[in-house]
Design a binder for this molecule. Structure first.
Ligand code: NAP
Length: 292
């Protein structure tokens, strides 16, 4: 059994980006820029946005963090986004979700220029992903795709079973793995909460991708020997032995399932660190489209 190390892979991506950015800076005099827009004071969102800006600084990417009050109107937010759509210093625009209830998330996502949609949530990006055209992959699914490739895991003709059909993980990763391209070309099954007997599907998986949001939900009896397991879940459970009183676990019972798996991502340290790395990768991609 081999552990798929997302931390190490993410570091490699960031180091490569830092080198490429510094080289392009010499030849073009420009560096990529990302603006992160946070509305309100959701503590988890504050942490994520801070991590994203810190990661930009570390690789020599310009970033700006906009902290907007939760009372901001939808129109005011749309105007701010339009300003960044027109600003050549910014190649990526990220609006941290969720937004307050009085703001229509779909409308906001659709207002981001598709050329700066580094989160990959714009309907045009999603449509291009489905029909196999060049686009920005949403960051977490992109991270999963990248990890499978990095570890040389054969996907062609393999049965990928995805548990979860969210727009940010389940649906996009299923569509990516379905593409007739290197690193994908798989037979894909997508499961969700209406599956009468989930085991029937998960036991058939050569590659199992769990994006459910339930701690230790995938157990040993739900997988076959040799399965490749990608655990996207981030769940907080009580842990009296930890100073914080809790610990983070995935959707997969790691201790038991790892006995049967050929490869498995740990939580933390698997898919999680890849999400920010792929956000940087997408922003760099947007930058390269305009500087070359
Ligand atoms: P979500 O929007 O809540 O979707 C969960 C999916 O799991 C839904 O499709 C749901 O089915 C399905 N599901 C729930 N219970 C099930 C059951 N008993 N059997 C089969 N399917 C079931 O969650 P998400 O946003 O995709 O996130 C999933 C997990 O990944 C969460 O723990 C989240 O924190 C984590 N996450 C991690 C990253 C990262 O960077 N590593 C990024 C995003 C998310 P229905 O559609 O039928 O309700």
């Amino acid at each position: 059994m081999e552990i798929i190390d997302g931390r190490l892979t993410a570091e490699k991506i960031k180091n490569n980006l830092a080198t490429e950015i510094s080289e392009l800076k010499k030849t073009t005099g420009r560096i990529p820029g990302l603006v992160t827009i946070l509305v309100g004071e959701n503590p988890a969102s504050q942490v994520y946005v801070k991590m994203k800006n810190k990661a930009c600084a570390k690789i020599g990417m310009h970033s700006e963090q906009l902290n907007l009050p939760k009372e901001i109107s939808e129109n005011e937010l749309l105007e701010i986004i339009e300003k960044y759509n027109r600003d050549d210093n910014f190649n990526g625009i990220l609006v941290q979700l969720p937004l307050p209830d009085h703001i229509n998330e779909d409308k906001i996502i659709e207002s981001i220029s598709k050329d700066k949609d580094v989160d990959g949530f714009h309907p045009v990006s999603v449509g291009n992903l489905v029909i196999g055209k060049d686009t920005f992959y949403p960051c977490t699914p992109y991270g999963i795709f990248y990890l499978l490739k990095e570890y040389g895991i054969d996907t062609k003709g393999k049965h990928v079973v995805v548990v979860g059909r969210s727009n940010i993980v389940g649906k996009p990763i299923a569509n990516i793995m379905l593409q007739k391209k290197e690193g994908a070309n798989a037979i894909v099954t997508v499961c969700h909460s209406a599956a009468p007997d989930l085991k029937l599907f998960t036991r058939q998986a050569d590659i199992l991708i769990a994006a459910i949001g339930r701690a230790n939900f995938i157990t040993n009896d739900m997988v076959k020997d040799g399965v490749v397991v990608i655990d996207v879940g981030i769940n907080r459970i009580n842990d009296s032995s930890s100073a914080k009183g809790y610990k983070i676990v995935g959707d997969v019972d790691f201790d038991e399932v790892s006995k049967k798996a050929s490869y498995i991502t740990p939580v933390p340290g698997g898919v999680g660190p890849m999400t920010i790395a792929m956000l940087l990768q997408n922003t760099f991609k947007a930058f390269k489209r305009v500087v070359k």
